[in-house]
Write a protein that binds this ligand. Structure first.
Ligand code: HEM
Length: 137
């Protein structure tokens, strides 16, 4: 299946179920929740929904409302390290299970989310303590 066909297979309804389940997870996550707006989780849900619909072959509402995705740039204000990336992927993984999508769609979306989340890491790993010592020590 081509990525661009996903919208025609699961429709708005499938993406709705997915993002609703995802933000229910985010609301309970101690690493992710503080990064999202205090009083506007519904707005964040809407922005992710519009983006996914557009990215996977549906109407380009996201382009009209928010312009080009520029995901790296838009995530620059948030401290995304490996832990935050893994939590995001974990929340989305649970949401994918709950949304009950066709298996091939689920697999494609999972691959996309994992790769994109890795691409959005913007904080270097802490070097191991052994590398923090100066050479003389
Ligand atoms: C890696 C871990 C990630 C973290 C910690 C994270 C965090 C955030 C936060 C805090 C926001 C602002 C919420 C808002 O719109 O008000 C946001 C926006 C957004 N994120 Fe992520 N995100 C992550 C990964 C991803 C991935 C993998 C995608 C791609 C599917 C994505 C797509 C988006 C989109 C489309 C927006 C809205 C951009 C806009 O219109 O301004 N994010 N993210």
């Amino acid at each position: 299946m081509d990525e661009q066909d996903i919208y025609s297979v699961i429709g708005e309804d499938g993406f709705r179920r997915l993002v609703a389940a995802f933000y229910q997870q985010v609301a309970q996550d101690d690493v992710l929740r503080p990064m999202y707006p205090d009083d506007d989780l519904a707005g964040a849900e809407e922005r992710l929904f519009d983006f996914l619909v557009f990215r996977f072959g549906g109407p380009p509402r996201s382009l009209e409302r928010r312009g080009h995705p520029r995901l790296r740039m838009r995530h620059a204000p948030f401290p995304i390290d490996r832990l935050a990336r893994d939590r995001w992927v974990q929340c989305m993984g649970r949401a994918l299970e709950q949304a009950n999508l066709p298996q091939d769609v689920e697999t494609k979306l999972r691959e996309f989310f994992e790769a994109t989340a890795t691409f959005l890491i913007n904080r270097p790993e802490q070097p191991p303590a052994s590398e923090l010592r100066s050479p003389e020590q």
